[in-house]
Design a protein around this ligand. Structure first.
Ligand code: SF4
Length: 505
């Protein structure tokens, strides 16, 4: 049975050749990933890791007219308090009603864990449907019901006969994967199994009258429009600024762009299959969904890295354009845009020349941004990828060529990052959101690898990245004062050893 037919999605640890513990150089990392030795590596000591459920919730909380049900003990949904505001804001910016996503918990008790929580889940789905009248109900299955073996499929099957909403199951037991990115597959598995992804007659379109004289012309027009429509797959790390930049560039090639699946409604999601091409912004997010759409609807897809910096943006644009035979137009567009952007960034380049930088975060973004910064005159000291999988091989082959001597690690461990910052003493750290506080306590300049309020992609993005870096170098007050008054929880002797001494073969 293929992955898409299974009730429970595979975790990345089973689906791909992955790793979360490595240090060395890019070429060895690619080889190690291909040969499978990355799978053998681990650590003798781990700090806390993130739960994959969190990332699935970040995506689900953006879906319009939905309700989230946490099938869990009380604590698991705590994150939703902090997701409500950004997702409402994201809706507002995209021209939708800036409403928060309601969420409920089955609040499993000790006796539920012994006797089963299926009845509570059924009642909560029915309550959510009555009370909120949503289009989609996400039933989020966490560690406890997964361990006790609640029959979620049967419970949801019963619920579907009595509720008007579509019920989407998100299986995300945090214990099951060491790779948080499994959450993307969980979210898309729920969507592809729980929702109809084809337009409905009389709801989404008016069917042509039988034998009508203009039918042939109308059908040709529809097919042409479909062939020039591109689905671009977004994710929580991609903000409206980046969506706008991607849309601007693809629209300049005469393409119509739609973004999925974040911030889409049920009726918008039914249009997924009405496009000529699916375009990834990062294989870590969406390869699972794009392969499904190819298998199910025969839709081609493009996975061409991330459009960060001039070279990667040109490459991304050309690969999308080549599907439509528009390489010449894309190349001319890239020439024109590059010319403008190079003039715009000129004042920044002198100020950043030779600055040393450590990059930490998602595997695709850090590798892509590292080579971009090197091309702009930075000295890249190190790259820290949160995880590695075979989909990132083309990027790390490129890193291997451009930065053969640069240290590359696969690590999401804060203690290792702190060690590297203390010992490498970079002029700048570019890091995943949520880690800025640790870096500020060390008194080191840093900017976020991504955040939804700024732009990172393509020409607007590179200008903004450099502007933020220059601004950060000038504004030292916060981190200077914080680092003077904070005591770190490490002994000095820790920094005298190897940062990665806990990694084991
Ligand atoms: S690891 Fe399990 S119990 Fe902990 S928050 Fe995640 S789903 Fe809940």
């Amino acid at each position: 049975m293929g992955y898409y037919e299974q009730n429970v999605p595979p975790v990345r640890d089973a689906r791909l050749k992955i790793g979360d513990s490595y240090q060395g150089h890019a070429c060895d990392l690619v080889n190690c990933g291909q040969e499978g030795c990355l799978l053998q590596k681990g650590r003798g000591f781990w700090q806390a890791n993130a739960c994959q459920m969190a990332l699935s919730l970040m995506m689900a909380a953006t879906v319009e007219n939905s309700v989230i049900i946490m099938h869990a003990p009380g604590g698991c949904g705590a994150l939703l308090h902090s997701l409500s505001v950004p997702s409402a804001k994201g809706r507002g910016i995209r021209g939708k009603a800036p409403l928060p996503t309601p969420w409920l918990s089955t609040n499993l008790s000790e006796s539920d864990v012994i006797g089963g929580g299926e009845k509570k889940l059924l009642e909560t789905i029915e309550y959510a449907d009555r009370e909120f009248r949503p289009e989609i109900i996400f039933a989020v299955v966490t560690c406890a019901p997964s361990i006790i073996g609640d029959d979620i499929e049967e419970t949801v099957r019963k619920a579907r006969s009595s509720v008007s909403a579509d019920v989407v199951i998100l299986h995300c037991p945090g214990f099951k994967s060491r790779v948080v990115a499994s959450a993307y597959d969980t979210f898309y598995h729920g969507i592809l199994r729980g929702l109809d992804l084809t337009p409905q007659p009389w709801v989404d379109f008016k069917p042509l009258p039988e034998g009508g004289p203009d039918n042939e012309l109308a059908e040709k027009k529809r097919l042409f429009q479909k062939s020039r429509t591109v689905n671009v797959w977004n994710a929580t790390s991609i903000g409206p600024g980046d969506e706008g930049e991607v849309e601007r560039l693809l629209a300049a090639l005469g393409l119509k762009v739609r973004f999925f699946a974040e911030y889409a409604s049920r009726s918008e999601l039914r249009l997924v299959s009405e496009a000529g091409l699916n375009v990834s912004m990062c294989n870590v997010h969406d390869d699972y969904m794009l392969k499904f759409l190819e298998e199910k609807f025969n839709m081609p897809y493009v996975i061409a890295g991330m459009p960060i910096g001039f070279r990667h943006t040109r490459q991304w644009l050309l690969q999308v354009a080549s599907h439509f035979g528009l390489e010449k137009e894309a190349s001319a567009l890239a020439d024109y845009e590059e010319d403008l952007a190079r003039k715009a960034i000129e004042p920044f380049l002198e100020q950043v020349k030779g600055k040393s930088v450590l990059l930490c975060g998602g595997v695709v973004r850090v590798g892509t941004e590292a080579t971009t910064l090197q091309e702009l005159g930075f000295n890249v000291l190190g790259i820290r990828a949160f995880h590695y999988d075979e989909g990132a091989a083309p990027i790390y082959e490129d890193v291997g060529e451009a930065l053969p001597e640069t240290h590359v690690s696969v690590s999401n461990q804060i203690f290792e990052m702190t060690h590297q910052i203390k010992t490498l003493k970079p002029d700048l750290v570019i890091s995943h959101s949520g880690t800025g506080g640790y870096i500020a306590k060390l008194g080191v300049p840093s900017i976020q690898l991504f955040n939804v309020d700024n732009s990172f992609f393509a020409y607007n993005g590179i200008y903004q990245i450099l502007r933020r870096i220059v601004f950060e170098f000038k504004n030292t007050s916060y981190r200077d004062r914080l680092s003077k008054h904070v005591k770190l929880p490490y002994k000095q002797s820790y920094f005298e050893g190897d940062a990665f001494k806990y990694i084991k073969e």
